[in-house]
Design a protein around this ligand. Structure first.
Ligand code: AMP
Length: 624
């Protein structure tokens, strides 16, 4: 059957998917126009607000949308979160005037902020929850073209609501995912995607992530033959959950056998009752089956854990890109060769951005097609110091001389040019994203670096590169999260290749810190590793040297050669250290669903944990 015919047949069988895909194809075709219209709509809705009135004095209603777009981008300044914080704080304190939006804001979200070290408040409105539902339906429509899920199947979702609290002004605060799981839209999503989560709300909202994880696993195994999909927001939570399963599987088996819930693992009466209602009776046959499989898995390092325990799962779905890439190896190990890993969509607490329209693409290569109706997107062209020349030549070739004068003075990490609209982005160029949202953020720098990899119809397909913020810098050296990830990846390959054949070694997690100059040391990088399995000192020493040599940033290489940065240090931390870091964040209001291990930290409490848990330390012998 030809492709066109296949699609026609598919659309007839699946009207929901048909509607979503046709809608997206249409708006993508005219993405530039959709953006102009989205901006007009945002401005007209919020023109009367205190913030916009400061910059826009002309009544937008009488203006042509294209003229309005030009006026808006020339008059309203680019801002970062700190610039808008005082306005958000007033809303949090109970100011009900139209400060940022015309509709009152009753809920605030906490963005993870783990890269900044502190959570940020972001306005959350009905629109935020609707777009979440919208992108989930859209993404599900594309996935269902490739993977057919049975009606009324189950989704094993490792999701976690965070604690919600009230601000002084009575607004509810929690993570964006928490607001979404608590909303009617979450129930609706299960209905329209015909896939129901295994755990009841009491489990998702259990205040303790350890109890929640245990129950997700127990209920997931209870429904093991019905589970069609294994998922979490970020891949970290999946790897975390399966590591827990390796440790507690025998207790779960006993619970299934006796129809009870382990009273040491799960103490909350609310959660216990909700889980017992689902389990309802002992199931010794299922317990025997799970036990047999787990015993076999234990002998094979838990390889293919997912398909062996959830044989009807069609794919694993989660954010696997960006700072989640380091967990991909482990996830592949759990999924085995044949169960596809599907990278979830791209978004932030501030706004959803792009959808994965090619779900069979390997996560390392995946791109996200921008949804041009969610927000108004601008793109700040970025040039790293060492590719500035290439970037200039590229533009000269196109008769669009982008000479030094068009590029602003160097920011700490990148040179940047003026922001451009979505309709003018170029393939191969990297940009920082700027958002204007329906929730009251105007020309807000998101801090993410993306690269335009191509187009879907007329909308750009973005590859997520990294957070823009520099993470490692002692003096003239400049390294991003991505640079660090690549360096660690190289050393990891060495670690795996050279480990004794009788011992499996794997990197559990990592972070770093740049020590600045003291009277004894010119400053140096420290990389903290938690390793599972046995790695001898010689091998770790080699890994340390490899990482030192693998930082390609010119500033770093020059500084290392001249001794103005001293030898890179690899600190090996004891088992469980990164769990302590997770616990530290959770205790400070983070939710496991949105947790990302900070790849670099200056936080004194974290450094104290890391240093207290260091068991061995190595200094690189490179550059001597
Ligand atoms: P938060 O608002 O705390 O949930 O974090 C949002 C941030 O997570 C984004 O700004 C990105 O840096 C990162 N992020 C979200 N989705 C993806 C994705 N699909 N791939 C890579 N990074 C992502």
């Amino acid at each position: 059957m030809g492709n066109k015919k296949k699609h026609e047949q598919y659309f007839q069988e699946k009207p929901e998917e048909d509607t979503m895909i046709r809608w997206f194809e249409e708006v993508s075709e005219k993405a530039g126009l959709a953006q102009t219209e989205t901006l007009r709509c945002i401005i007209q809705t919020n023109y009367e607000t205190e913030y916009l009135r400061k910059w826009l004095t002309k009544d937008p209603k009488s203006m042509d949308p294209v003229e309005l777009e030009t006026l808006y981008t020339s008059l309203v300044p680019l801002i970062s979160h700190v610039d808008i914080e005082p306005y958000i704080q007033r809303i949090a304190d109970g100011d009900t005037c139209s400060v940022l939006t015309n509709q009152p804001i009753t809920t605030l979200s906490l963005s993870s902020g783990t890269t900044d070290g502190r959570p940020k408040y972001v306005p959350f409105t009905r629109f935020s929850s609707q777009t979440t539902l919208h992108i989930f339906r859209l993404g599900a429509a594309y996935r269902s073209r490739m993977f057919s899920l049975r009606n009324q199947g189950r989704a094993l979702e490792f999701i976690y609501g965070s604690k919600q609290f009230q601000t002084q002004g009575g607004l509810t605060v929690g993570t964006a995912t928490t607001h979404y799981y608590a909303s009617e839209d979450f129930k609706l999503k299960q209905k329209v995607t015909r896939s129901y989560t295994c755990s009841p709300q009491e489990v998702i909202f259990g205040a303790d992530y350890k109890q929640t994880t245990y129950c997700h696993l127990l209920l997931g195994l209870h429904y093991c033959d019905q589970v069609e999909l294994v998922t979490s927001t970020f891949a970290y939570s999946l790897v975390h959950a399966f590591r827990v399963l390796e440790e507690v599987w025998d207790e779960i088996v006993e619970d299934i056998r006796s129809g009870t819930v382990n009273s040491t693992r799960v103490t909350s009466p609310n959660i216990r009752k909700a889980v017992l209602d689902v389990l309802s009776s002992p199931d010794p046959r299922l317990a025997d089956k799970v036990e047999e499989r787990c015993r076999a898995l234990e002998n094979s390092y838990w390889q293919q854990l997912i398909p062996l325990l959830w044989p009807n799962a069609k794919y694993v779905y989660s954010i696997m890109t960006g700072s989640m890439l380091p967990y991909l190896d482990k996830l592949r190990h759990y999924a085995g060769q044949h169960l596809p890993l599907v990278a979830a969509d791209y978004g932030s607490t501030e706004s959803w951005i792009g959808v994965n329209v090619t779900p069979t693409c390997p996560p390392e290569k995946v791109t996200f097609a921008v949804v041009p109706t969610f927000s108004y997107f601008e793109f700040i062209p970025l040039y790293r110091h060492n590719n500035l020349t290439t970037a200039c030549v590229y533009d000269t070739d196109n008769n669009n001389t982008n000479n030094q004068n068009d590029i602003s003075a160097p920011d700490v990490d990148y040179f940047e040019a003026d922001p451009i609209p979505l309709s003018r982005v170029k393939i191969g160029q990297q940009y920082e994203l700027v958002l204007t949202t329906f929730t009251g953020l105007y020309r807000y720098r998101l801090g993410d670096v993306v690269e335009v990899a191509g187009f879907y119809k007329g909308t750009p397909r973005l590859k997520f590169i990294c957070r823009r913020k520099l993470i490692l810098s002692v003096n003239i050296d400049k390294n991003t999260e991505m640079d660090l990830q690549l360096v660690v990846e190289m050393a990891c390959r060495l670690l795996k290749k050279n480990a004794n054949s009788d011992s499996r070694v794997e990197l559990v997690d990592f972070t770093s810190h740049a020590y600045s100059m003291t009277h004894r040391d010119p400053g140096h990088y420290v990389i903290y590793w938690e390793v599972r399995g046995k790695a001898d000192d010689d091998l770790l020493m080699k890994c340390c040297r490899k990482m030192d040599l693998a930082f390609m940033d010119h500033g770093y290489v020059v500084s290392r050669k001249s001794g103005t940065i001293s030898a890179l240090e690899l600190k090996l931390v004891e088992k469980g250290t990164f769990k302590k870091i997770l616990d530290y964040y959770i205790a400070n209001g983070a939710a496991l669903s949105q947790f990302k291990t900070p790849r670099c930290t200056d936080n004194i409490s974290l450094l104290r944990i890391l240093d207290r848990c260091t068991v061995r330390s190595f200094f690189s012998t490179a550059y001597v």
